[in-house]
Design a protein around this ligand. Structure first.
Ligand SMILES: [Zn+2]
Length: 282
């Protein structure tokens, strides 16, 4: 933990602290997704593929641009760690940090999952969230965060000295290798910070440390997205289960997650185009 302050506060400390916060990226200049179009399209969805993600493992899935996908809770409360890639070019993947800067610490309906530089395009837009009723609780916690990273064997070893092989990082890596044929060395740099689907997290009100608490997700809850470009997704069913106790171990009860890929009636998206990459050139 941090040392207590050792530098004396200046005479105008109160004045300096009283500066007004300014939202760094005001939402009113962010191009809005066409939610009315998406809401009409989602009324016509037909399931075209179903992928099961076993406990403490991961699976890859592909979603064509303009199709939807859902991450669905099955037998019990379970957190999922999601990686998203441009299917045509895996170097373009989800950028958790910029997504957090644009949409805040936790995502829900109409928020978008942005790709890294130099592309910075929405890879997917959230179109439905059955946990949107949760909001923020008294501890400052909420669901579907972009503040955590993904549980990983490196941090686990740093903190405990032990090796654990079914962290989300390792699960995502194995599934990415299996799906693409890439080697571990090629694929590991592509695994990135996740959207923590269904996970309930925040920063403690006193020390501002990252915390997790038991997820409020229950069977048949889901988070739904529209693919804004052709996507490769990889989803890990976190070894922390509902993340109410611990992760990076076999201690928690874990359940499968289900991914559904859904096709809308094409006429409902007439005129819609996949998202374009940023036009800025360095
Ligand atoms: Zn995890």
């Amino acid at each position: 933990m941090k040392y207590p302050p050792r530098s004396p506060a200046p005479d105008d400390a109160a004045e300096r602290r009283s500066a007004s916060p300014v939202v760094a990226y005001p939402a009113d200049t962010l191009p809005a997704p066409p939610m009315a179009l998406y809401e009409a399209a989602r009324e016509t969805l037909q399931t075209v593929d179903t992928i099961m993600v076993g406990p403490r493992s991961a699976a890859a899935f592909e979603v064509p641009a303009g199709h939807f996908f859902r991450i669905v809770s099955t037998e019990g409360p379970q957190v999922g760690d999601l990686n998203l890639f441009n299917r045509a070019h895996l170097a373009e993947h989800f950028y958790s940090g910029k997504t957090r800067a644009l949409h805040g610490t936790h995502l829900s309906t109409s928020d978008r999952l942005w790709s890294r530089f130099p592309w910075l395009r929405p890879l997917a837009t959230i179109t439905w969230d059955t946990l949107d009723w949760y909001g923020f609780d008294a501890d400052g916690g909420s669901v579907h965060d972009v503040i955590g990273t993904r549980c990983d064997p490196f941090t686990h070893r740093l903190l405990s000295g032990d090796d654990y092989h079914y962290c989300c990082h390792s699960n995502l890596l194995r599934a990415l290798c299996e799906h693409t044929g890439l080697s571990t060395e090629q694929a590991e740099p592509l695994v990135h910070d996740v959207l923590n689907v269904f996970m309930c997290t925040g920063f403690t009100l006193d020390t501002h440390q990252y915390f997790m608490k038991a997820s409020p997700v229950r069977p048949e809850d889901y988070l739904e997205f529209i693919a804004e470009t052709d996507l490769l997704g990889v989803l890990s069913a976190c070894p922390g289960g509902d993340c109410g106790q611990e992760h990076s171990s076999d201690a928690a009860t874990c359940y499968p997650l289900r991914v559904e890929v859904l096709r809308p009636e094409p006429s409902t998206l007439a005129g819609w185009q996949p998202a374009a990459a940023s036009a800025y050139r360095s």
